[in-house]
Design a protein around this ligand. Structure first.
Ligand SMILES: NC(=O)C1=CN([C@@H]2O[C@H](COP(=O)(O)OP(=O)(O)OC[C@H]3O[C@@H](n4cnc5c(N)ncnc54)[C@H](O)[C@@H]3O)[C@@H](O)[C@H]2O)C=CC1
Ligand SMILES: O=C(O)[C@@H]1CCC=N1
Length: 271
């Protein structure tokens, strides 16, 4: 495959790092070095992909055009200072929850070109959505590179207000977890009503898969699709009266998103 991506340095080859790496491979990579000390990281090695345990093992001649930070926010203070030498030449893309552009610039220097981004796990099948915010130091070419790198795993939206990233982290960053919890709860409730566990699992799973596919298949808003299920005086209406009670799902979802947004801000300040 013709390489379309320049040399890249990926810090952290865990769930999100590996998902992005897979997306980049589809685009055609020239060279990617992955730094990850974890026992599973070696499995990421492939043509044009080298895995090393620490920056100390990096070939001093390697000149990445972008450094992608995909470690946990708590690890950031240990790894970022060692990357400052690339700040004059490389774009930095961080997907770490909470960690602000100012925090990164504090370690990399005020001239560093930094994009803070928040993807989500459907990135693993190129169905993710990422919201990104670029520092003023990012050049148009680097902006385009960030779009390409993040766009390799799904849709990308750039925003100018970085403060939105905390709420985005709560909504779409963590969002898949809420959908999976819904699937788990549906299965449990099915079993409570006497449905055999195997069938309960398949019902819950395929209902979520089918519903998401229906959403993807057209332009109808979710409320329209919901109403299409809800026959007047029927069964769904009874269930929705419970779930849509103000103190039930609407309040719980608001509280959940508020709590996650606050935690993202906290991660920015402490870790
Ligand atoms: N999991 C998710 O749904 C999402 C996670 N994120 C963010 O992505 C980042 C990574 O999260 P995950 O991939 O879920 O975590 P993960 O735990 O799967 O991956 C983190 C990787 O970093 C490696 N690592 C640990 N110390 C290191 C070091 N000193 N140098 C290099 N690598 C090191 C670990 O071995 C591991 O492979 C986090 O900052 C998280 O906030 C962003 C969007 C969604
Ligand atoms: O839970 C977390 O902190 C990360 C950020 C969004 C999804 N997972």
């Amino acid at each position: 495959m013709t390489a379309t991506l320049p040399p890249l340095l990926l810090i952290g080859g865990g769930k999100m790092g590996a998902a992005m790496l897979a997306g980049w491979r589809e685009r055609g990579i020239s060279q990617v070095v992955v730094i990850d000390p974890g026992p599973d990281a070696a499995a990421l090695a492939a043509d044009n992909i080298t895995v090393i345990p620490s920056i100390a093992a990096l070939d001093p001649g390697f000149a990445p055009r972008a450094v992608i930070l995909a470690v946990k926010p708590q690890v950031a203070p240990d790894v970022i200072p060692g990357l400052a030498r690339f700040a004059g030449t490389a774009l930095f893309v961080s997907i770490m929850a909470g960690k602000t552009i100012a925090f990164l610039a504090g370690h990399l220097g005020p001239a560093a070109a930094i994009v803070r981004a928040m993807p989500n796990t459907p990135a693993a099948i190129r169905q993710g959505i990422t919201v990104a915010c670029a520092a003023r130091t990012v050049t148009p070419d680097q902006h385009a590179l960030a779009q390409t790198l993040l766009g390799a795993v799904g849709a990308v939206e750039f925003v100018t207000a970085e403060s939105l990233l905390d709420a985005v982290t709560a909504v779409s960053g963590g969002g898949p977890a809420y959908v999976f919890l819904l699937t788990e709860l549906l299965e449990t409730a099915a079993i409570e009503q006497g449905i055999p566990p195997d069938l309960a699992r398949r019902l819950a799973r395929q209902t979520v898969i089918g519903s998401a596919s229906l959403l993807a298949a057209g332009d109808d808003p979710p409320a329209t699709l919901r109403r299409a299920v809800t026959s007047p005086k029927g069964t769904t209406e009874r269930a929705l009266a419970v779930l849509m009670d103000h103190d039930a799902w609407p309040a719980a979802m608001s509280r959940a998103i508020e709590a996650a947004t606050a935690r993202s801000r906290e991660l920015g300040e402490t870790g």
